[in-house]
Write a protein that binds this ligand. Sequence first.
Ligand code: AMP
Ligand code: MN
Ligand code: MN
Ligand code: MN
Length: 276
Amino acid sequence: MVYDLHCHSNASDGELSPLQLVSRAIDKGVRVLAITDHDTVAAYTCLDNRYDKDYLTLIPGIEISAVWRRQSIHVVGLNINLHLSQLAEIVQSQAQVRECRARMIGDKLAKRGINDAYEEALKLADGGMIGRPHFAQFLMSSGYVKSLDEAFNRYLGDTKLSGLNKNWPDLEQAVGWITDLGGIAVLAHPNKYKLTRTKLHQLLSDFKTAGGQAMEVISGSQTPDVTDNLADVCISFDLYASCGSDFHSPQQQWIELGKFSNLPKKCRPVWSLWET
Ligand code: AMP
Ligand code: MN
Ligand code: MN
Ligand code: MN
């Protein structure tokens, strides 16, 4: 059984429409999929029943942007209730933070001689949640950089855009939102934050105290020693384990829906919380 519990559609910074994403997941043999767009659940309203429900089970999801001790972090919410009115409020409040941040990015780029970045990024977001990848795309297509990596390294990384994270909700708030929506809070891609072991343990301890229940032990392709280490951390904090590709686009050929190793047997999979 292939579970992919982390991926993106063009409702945020992914390339594919929700329906294209779901079709590709089915093509790749994924049987349980969570679309976890950044701060939005718009993908779910586009899908209705237009996919093979006998083959694929969709788990309603979201990836909330948050901050912990000035470090930007992501908390995935799985199996959230899409029909609660708080959800619309949460999405709207996150959209405001994104909008304001995008304008600030535009201003910063203008100071470096790059004009109209906000307007161009907004066009690329095309009504979806605007994010740094839309700026990166603009910087690439306008010839300022040659790759997304270069865009992040030279213009868009956390260190280049200091002060950018201060408006995100804190960890407790983000976890609280997900719990209030009836969902399971999952710490996304712990390895991406480049934290020391001690800091990661502090983060997980705070996450647990806030009501977090799971962490991603697998995020895309990673080395077996990373998996083994994260599995041990997951067990030591008595958390459930999740896995996902964090797929954004078919152009990133090294990341594919459903393509990652199995969760280590020693972990309790997060889906045991909703499968009985
Ligand atoms: P944002 O949600 O606006 O903070 O942008 C973060 C998103 O940018 C992540 O979810 C990734 O999709 C993307 N991203 C982050 N770092 C890089 C990078 N070095 N190269 C390409 N994309 C990146
Ligand atoms: Mn993204
Ligand atoms: Mn993320
Ligand atoms: Mn993601």
